[in-house]
Design a protein around this ligand. Sequence first.
Ligand SMILES: Nc1ncnc2c1ncn2[C@@H]1O[C@H](COP(=O)(O)OP(=O)(O)OP(=O)(O)O)[C@@H](O)[C@H]1O
Length: 251
Amino acid sequence: MAVTDEGRGGRTPVVIVDDLHVKYRVFASGKAAGSARSGLLNLTRGVREVHALKGVSLTAYENETIGVVGSNGSGKSTLMRALTGLTPPASGAVYARSRPNLLGVGAALLPNLSGSRNIILGGLAMGFSREEMEELKPQIAEFADLGDSLDLPMRTYSSGMQARLKFSIAAARSHDILIIDEALAVGDKAFRKRSEARIRELATEAGTIFLVSHSMTSIRDTCARTIWINRGVLEMDGPTDEVVRAYEASR
Ligand SMILES: Nc1ncnc2c1ncn2[C@@H]1O[C@H](COP(=O)(O)OP(=O)(O)OP(=O)(O)O)[C@@H](O)[C@H]1O
């Protein structure tokens, strides 16, 4: 459904999350849960259900940069993946004006291809054309600042170098609705600084940004509004100062 209605106070809603539940079914490891006599595995006994999001509702408006905080395993990434449509809801729904882009192309990159070929590949995976990517390639290479290593296979890169390349590919263009995972702002101190600056730049170009981060400094510097996810529930949603203070006090 396209979101076109004017929101409260004349603001335009861009993303609406309505009572969203997400469940994962996982096979518990350990001893094979089966009958030794029949020799068959009992596949249902070992199945465990993780109720990762339990009725999250929120509305994001145009030109908002929203911080997303919460402890490990609280459900932040699950919520972000649900926004992009990668993770299907068990119930509830997500409505968005356009498809939210997750700033991350990790899954698409191939370790045996060179950095420069991965730039093209990563761009195609984000929905850009080959021509667009050829045009953007020099500026991506410059931002990643990997020098001659760009011609080497990605598997020879350190994790920091890989992260730099991924960030540079993903951050090459502006997006209408953008989700940024803090894990992308990695690399050494200098690169982290540049990537944070680029995130802020993207924030001014993009309509709406969600920034998932464990760094309260990044959240405070970048976001006016913050949501706190706690054990799959939206614990708090409001001005960053208040939410971060409450979140920090809880830990
Ligand atoms: N693919 C999956 N299969 C099964 N369970 C999952 C899967 N992904 C996440 N979970 C579970 O769902 C819950 C929420 O995980 P999620 O990754 O959304 O948390 P998070 O807040 O992003 O954590 P972190 O800060 O560590 O990245 C956790 O209990 C996690 O174990």
